[in-house]
Write a protein that binds this ligand. Structure first.
Ligand SMILES: NC(=O)c1ccc[n+]([C@@H]2O[C@H](COP(=O)([O-])OP(=O)(O)OC[C@H]3O[C@@H](n4cnc5c(N)ncnc54)[C@H](OP(=O)(O)O)[C@@H]3O)[C@@H](O)[C@H]2O)c1
Length: 342
């Protein structure tokens, strides 16, 4: 049995992780839950028992067998020296080390073999990149990938528990005609095309990219091991509770027929094709919520040779974060990998 710690256990990802650990029957021996001082006195339920949430202590966290990091990049950077001195294997949901060339960035169904190169620390990619790579990898394998242009429609739970609470307060205020909490851009009844602040280190001649847009492109290139992939994303926050959606335009190196592209997507273990628009069957975030499949549909061949468009939706808290983190831990401990639960 494995001595497990979850750092950031009270957050949106941390709570989903506890659910997935339980559902995947991960062999948890001892379980220790860490969060900030704000959560002192809180308890969370796991396998029917109540577990106290402790204030994070880096040295104590580093003494567990497996540590799931789900408390933000700043917390990861703060605990990293202790983790490096300790013996814990780390499955890291935060962005702190994702682009570090020494640290594998893993989507298990795409590049799971890379886990063993991690010397104990493996990163879960950005949730929008995870969902995207499940659809791009089979196309890359079958036909070669030249470019991928993406527009994302990202759920509010992707920004954490507090933003979900903000959406609730704004919706209540708007619907009851009350004064809404002050915010530069309300989430309620809106679409906000700027996620993650201004990206650092982008050529000024290219204009302003958001942090999320840079992460999606850079991480997708790392996961697919294709630094020359022509790619960009426009990332938009929409007032959906959970599950991100993405409109994707790809150019493939060979020029397959529409049915060959459909067959390649259909054969991917994590993809669920939902592509009968004439019967109103297509992906939506609401239908993808709570599941582990990446719903793909609205597949169309475009005028430019080798170019296709499709739409995908996937639960970013499960497949985009918690389930991927648990799969990585299963690979770290040579356990059978849970492909799907829900
Ligand atoms: N949400 C998603 O869909 C998603 C998907 C993929 C990856 N991620 C990444 O996963 C991480 C967590 O995201 P989230 O959405 O779960 O955020 P969240 O809901 O805001 O939760 C943050 C968690 O971190 C804890 N925390 C904050 N400051 C801390 C500190 N100084 N010491 C210890 N714990 C601290 C919080 O504890 P308190 O409750 O005590 O404040 C809470 O448990 C982020 O790096 C995010 O980028 C999120």
């Amino acid at each position: 049995m494995i001595d497990v710690a979850v750092v950031g256990a009270t957050g949106a990802v941390g709570k989903e992780l506890l659910t997935v650990l339980e559902q995947a029957r991960f062999p948890v021996g001892r379980l220790t839950l860490y969060a900030s001082e704000r959560s002192a006195g809180a308890t969370l339920c796991f396998r029917g028992g109540e577990h106290a949430v402790l204030p994070l202590d880096a040295a104590a966290a580093a003494a567990h067998d497996e540590v799931f990091l789900c408390a933000g990049a700043g917390v990861t950077r703060a605990v990293l020296p202790a983790l490096r001195r300790g013996r814990a294997r780390v499955s890291d949901n935060t962005s702190a080390l994702r682009l570090d060339p020494r640290v594998p960035l893993v989507v298990p169904e795409v590049n799971g073999a890379r886990v063993q190169e991690g010397r104990g620390h493996v990163c879960v990619p950005n949730c929008t990149a995870v969902l995207l790579c499940h659809a791009l990898a089979p196309l890359q394998r079958a036909f070669g990938l030249k470019s991928a242009w993406v527009a994302s429609y990202q759920a509010v739970s992707g920004a954490g528990r507090r933003e979900l609470e903000r959406l609730g307060a704004e919706l209540r205020a708007d619907l009851l005609g009350e004064a809404a909490p002050a915010a530069p851009h309300p989430l309620a009844f809106n679409a906000v095309p700027f996620i993650g602040g201004v990206a650092a280190a982008v050529d000024a001649a290219c204009g302003v990219f958001s942090g999320e847009e840079i992460k999606v492109a850079a991480e997708t290139r790392k996961i697919l091991e294709q630094p020359d992939l022509e790619m960009a994303a426009t990332c938009v926050r929409v007032p959906v509770l959970r599950a991100h959606s993405e409109a994707v335009f790809v150019e493939l190196k060979s020029r397959p027929a529409l049915e060959e592209v459909r067959a390649a997507l259909h054969a991917a273990p994590s993809v669920e094709l939902r592509d009968e628009p004439e019967k109103l069957v297509f992906p939506t975030p609401r239908a993808a919520s709570g599941g582990d499949g990446i719903h793909v549909g609205r597949l169309r061949r475009l005028e430019r040779p080798g170019s296709f468009a499709f739409f995908l939706a996937g639960d970013q808290l499960r497949k985009g974060a918690a389930l991927t983190a648990v799969q990585i831990a299963q690979l770290q401990w040579d356990l059978p990998v849970t492909l799907r639960i829900a």
